[in-house]
Design a protein around this ligand. Sequence first.
Ligand code: NAD
Length: 316
Amino acid sequence: MRILVTGGAGFIGTRTVKKLISQNHETAILDDFNDFYDPEIKRENVKTSGTKVYEADLRSQSEVERTFADFKPEAVIHLAARAGVRPSLNQPGLYIDTNVTGTLHILEAMKTHEVERLVFASSSSVYGCNEKVPFAESDPILKTISPYAATKVAGEHLCSVYSHLHDLRIVSLRFFTVYGPAQRPDLAIHKFARLMTEGIEIPRFGDGSTRRDYTYIDDIVDGVEKALSYAGPNRHEVFNLGESDTVELRELISLLEKHLGVEAKIKSLPSQPGDVPLTYADITKAKSLLGYLPQTKIDEGIEKFVEWFRDYYSKQ
Ligand code: NAD
């Protein structure tokens, strides 16, 4: 299949493209290589991928249109977005332009070019302060607490609208904190590991009791791949992709200490606005309808992350 992966130069995108290529799909990447984090990392990511790259900005309808006209995809995996909760509080407009208007541009191009199939990267953050745990797809998503989360809610709704009006087959996947080799440098595991190995204090927001459902990158990629061929009765379907287990921040730091072999120096800071106390995925639906079955537990996943981390930074 000819598959366009937006955000294909990023953390999840790179691993996704690799997997698709290994299965003989024809892929192309649409990415603007912005500086949300060091763009050199993204450029390195695509260097060896052997895939076609369209350097284009999602916010421009004409750039998206040109990409579709040239590559003629049969399916789209839409991962490009401004990610990260905290920065969205300072730049809500940028998040809305990229994640909402950008998603609209993808959907419009799909309509114009009659591309039927889309996998959309949503987020566990749509649940916000949901009190019912674990979080299920049928829970109302009215407790969202950051602009980033709101853009993902809006993205899901646009997917629902376009699938209904234009008969597109769309799967929205709510990823729960993704980690593993080459994790985004702004995310806690990677950031903490860097600071810890440099002997610098790590900022711990809150008392360390917040809990996250961490999902290993290969399990996410497996879920994305399964979503691509999903053929259930609903034209738009939403699935949680998590590990369905929670890890306390304190415990996460201990795991990093264990695998890095260093003791963390902790700087306690107040909880951050926009941060949720807990994420916890109910994956019953993804298991039964997608056949999604996460394989990597946190201890093993952190070990693999640390292996990559050591190798990567030894070459910098
Ligand atoms: P990432 O930042 O590494 O990848 C996103 C990519 O999108 C980047 O390469 C970036 O350059 C590109 N991009 C951003 N704005 C663009 C624009 N205007 N035009 C073209 N390209 C643009 O992030 P990631 O962690 O790989 O996340 C991928 C997707 O998964 C995102 O939609 C994110 O919101 C979602 N998600 C990620 C996590 C996680 O834990 N990593 C959790 C939930 C949801």
